[in-house]
Design a protein around this ligand. Structure first.
Ligand SMILES: C[S@@+](CC[C@H](N)C(=O)[O-])C[C@H]1O[C@@H](n2cnc3c(N)ncnc32)[C@H](O)[C@@H]1O
Length: 246
C-alpha cells in the first residue's frame, strides 16, 4: 500500500477555464489554454516535417510561454534555441513551471525581450524561424519589418514558417500599423504576396492544420520551398484523435 488517494479536485486546472488572451496565466495569454499542448506540438511537428535537426539554430519569434519551446529546447543541441518576446513574464513563468532553469542553462537557451521586431539581436543566421500567431496581431509596417529582419538573419537555405489569418478580400483586411491583442487581424493572400516580394522572399501557403489560421513558408529562394504536390503529401498536420477545432 502506499500512494495516498488524490481528491478529484487535484486534477482540475483552473487555468484551462480562462479566456484566450487572459494575463492571469501564461498558458492562457498566448491562446486557448486547453490547446496549450496541441499548439506547441503542432509547431514542433511542422518544424520536424520541414527538416529541423538537432544541430540547427532556430528562432522562436514571439515565443511567449514556450508552447513550442518546451518541446524544441530538449530536441535541439546546446546553443540551438533562440526566443524573442517582449512579455518576459511569459518566458519566466514557463521556465519555472514547464521546463526548469536547469534545462535552460544546460541547453544555453538565449532570450531577448525587444518589442521592435528585431531578429538581429543574437548575431546568428538561423536555419529555421517560426512565428506562430504573430502576424495575426501585427500591423503592416510591423509585418514588413519582421519579415525583412528574418530575411537578413536566416541562412541562404533557411525557412521561415509563419501563420496569418487570411481574409477573403482586400476590403476586409487590416490596414493599421499597430499591434492588436488579443483580437486578431487579417490580411488577404494578395497582401501576403506583397509582404513577401517587398522583403525579397518567396513564399508558399501550405495545408498544415491550424484550428484558426493558415501556415505560410518563406525563403530566399523557391528552391528551399516545397511545391504544391509535396506540400499536399507531406505537410498536412492532421492528427487522428482529439484534434482541436476552431
Ligand atoms: C498569440 S501569442 C503566440 C505565442 C507563441 N508564438 C505561441 O505560438 O505560443 C503572441 C505572442 O506575441 C508576443 N508579442 C507581442 N508583441 C510582440 C513583439 N513586438 N515582438 C514579438 N512578439 C511579440 C506576445 O507576448 C505573445 O507571446
Amino acid at each position: 500500500m502506499g500512494a495516498a488517494m488524490c481528491s478529484s479536485d487535484s486534477h482540475i486546472d483552473p487555468a484551462k477555464n480562462l479566456p484566450a488572451g487572459s494575463s492571469d496565466h501564461y498558458s492562457a495569454f498566448v491562446g486557448p489554454p486547453d490547446q496549450y499542448d496541441f499548439m506547441g506540438a503542432t509547431q514542433f511537428r511542422l518544424l520536424c516535417a520541414l527538416g529541423l535537426r538537432e544541430d540547427h539554430a532556430l528562432l522562436d519569434f514571439g515565443c511567449g510561454s514556450l508552447r513550442a519551446g518546451r518541446l524544441l529546447i530538449p530536441y535541439l543541441k546546446r546553443g540551438g534555441y533562440f526566443g524573442i518576446d517582449p512579455n518576459k513574464w511569459l518566458i519566466d513563468d514557463a521556465i519555472k513551471d514547464e521546463i526548469g532553469e536547469w534545462l535552460v542553462r544546460k541547453k544555453n537557451c538565449r532570450f531577448d525581450y525587444n518589442d521592435n521586431f528585431d531578429s538581429s539581436v543574437f548575431g546568428v543566421k538561423f536555419d529555421f524561424v517560426i512565428a506562430q500567431s504573430i502576424f495575426s496581431h501585427a500591423g503592416r509596417a510591423q509585418v514588413l519589418k519582421c519579415l525583412e529582419g528574418f530575411r537578413n538573419n536566416i541562412e541562404d537555405d533557411g525557412i521561415i514558417a509563419a501563420t496569418f489569418v487570411v481574409s477573403e478580400n482586400n476590403e476586409s483586411e487590416y490596414v493599421g500599423d499597430e499591434w492588436v491583442y488579443p483580437a486578431c487581424v487579417s490580411y488577404s493572400e494578395d497582401t501576403i504576396a506583397y509582404f513577401a516580394s517587398t522583403c525579397s522572399l518567396k513564399y508558399v501557403r501550405i495545408p498544415w492544420y491550424h484550428p484558426r489560421q493558415s501556415w505560410f513558408l518563406f525563403a530566399k529562394s523557391a528552391r528551399n520551398l516545397p511545391d504544391a504536390g509535396t506540400a499536399a503529401k507531406h505537410l498536412q498536420g492532421q492528427v487522428l484523435k482529439n484534434q482541436p477545432i476552431a
